[in-house]
Design a binder for this molecule. Structure first.
Ligand SMILES: Cc1cc2nc3c(=O)[nH]c(=O)nc-3n(C[C@H](O)[C@H](O)[C@H](O)COP(=O)(O)OP(=O)(O)OC[C@H]3O[C@@H](n4cnc5c(N)ncnc54)[C@H](O)[C@@H]3O)c2cc1C
Length: 323
């Protein structure tokens, strides 16, 4: 292919996609990165403070970090376009990637579309979204100055964002359905020691109430079955994520939660398609792992493209010899 088409299309502009872009551009592949959001950088760009990404002895703001990645990729010539991909078709050994704005014929693809927050599914959640129900402390936290808010969940995101919210809110409740956090040790210790945080263990939110704005939550203790009400002005939900892989249709093999299955070279079930970052079935979903996978996927994609170039050149020279 190549002429008129691309050698590589990267779908998603978070840390995984941007790192793949840096490596692919440096390998001089004919490549484009398609990002659904006007804001490049993915989930990481919405994270206020990143403390565990190597290379920064002081915490770095997630937006600043991903802006550096974007500028670095563009410095090597990566073309970034703001277009959400809605379908991918396989045509012979090649692919066509469709966005609302156009079609991208390509020899290979790196899927780096990450994941998005899961909903609680509690009555009132959908109706009050934007009226106090939120999935992003960085975006909405400053709106709750001196107010009481709740965070639902017990993983790194929930506990980290609860700590962040203490900068604004008067009080932060963490509502967690178990009797201990899944979050890493340091984060958990900080939350438990924080005077502004009160942890409500073994408890789930059964419904969310308010007239246009969140006013209170109905809670249930899963051990004692006791029900209660908690007055809060906002509820921040961090109960896991779901992968952005629906647009792939049935193209690739996925695990039972919809994450892309790959081998350790990050090759997906269809030759020529690779996956990197949070959309992939894996143990640790972090910026450090996403960038490592972006680099590996672009390296292996480059090997694949070189192999195809080599085969094309061989076929052409054979055809020439036989004339
Ligand atoms: C609240 C919170 C706090 C976090 N804190 C930390 C932390 O402190 N340290 C850390 O290491 N990690 C942290 N993480 C995790 C980290 O943000 C992710 O692991 C990382 O961003 C994954 O990178 P990614 O490139 O795989 O996916 P993402 O960052 O999710 O990027 C995927 C990109 O793909 C785009 N996309 C999706 N679908 C399409 C489509 N169809 N077409 C085109 N583009 C598409 C999305 O818009 C997005 O920009 C945090 C996450 C959250 C939610």
């Amino acid at each position: 292919m190549a002429e008129g088409g691309y050698e590589l299309v990267i779908i998603g502009g978070g840390p995984a996609g941007l790192t793949a872009g840096i490596y692919a551009s440096r390998s001089r592949l004919k490549c484009v990165l398609l990002e659904a959001n006007p804001l490049v950088g993915g989930q990481a760009a919405l994270t206020d403070i990143v403390e565990n990404y190597p290379g920064f002895d002081e915490p770095i703001n997630g937006f600043e970090l991903t802006e550096k990645m974007r500028k670095q990729a563009e410095r090597f010539g990566l073309e970034v376009r703001n277009e959400p991909v809605n379908r991918v078709d396989k045509v012979g050994e090649d692919f066509i990637v469709y966005t609302g704005k156009g079609e991208y014929p390509t020899e290979s693809i790196i899927v780096a579309t990450g994941s998005e927050p899961r909903h609680l599914g509690a009555p009132g959640e959908k109706e009050l979204r934007g009226g106090g129900v939120t999935y992003c402390a960085t975006c909405d936290g400053p709106l709750y100055k001196e107010m009481e808010v709740a965070v639902v969940g017990g993983g790194d995101s929930a506990v980290g964002e609860a700590l962040y919210l203490t900068r604004f809110a008067g009080k932060v409740y963490i509502i967690h359905r178990r009797d201990r956090f899944r979050a890493d040790g340091i984060l958990s210790e900080q939350a438990i020691a924080d005077d502004k945080i009160e942890i409500i263990w073994d408890t789930v939110v059964t419904s969310i109430h308010g007239e246009g704005e969140v006013e209170h939550l109905h809670l249930k203790n899963v051990k004692t079955m006791e029900e209660s009400t908690l007055d809060v002005a906002g509820v921040f939900i961090y109960v896991g994520v779901k992968p952005n892989t629906e647009f792939l249709g049935g193209l690739l093999k996925l695990d039972d939660r919809g994450f892309i299955l790959t081998d350790d070279r990050l090759e997906a079930s269809v030759r020529g398609v690779f996956a990197a970052g949070d959309c992939r079935s894996k143990v640790l979903k972090q910026i450090a792992t996403a960038v490592g996978e972006g680099a590996t996927a672009a390296f292996v994609a480059n090997e694949y493209i070189q192999e195809r170039r080599h085969k094309r050149a061989e076929t052409e020279s054979l055809g020439y010899d036989q004339k």
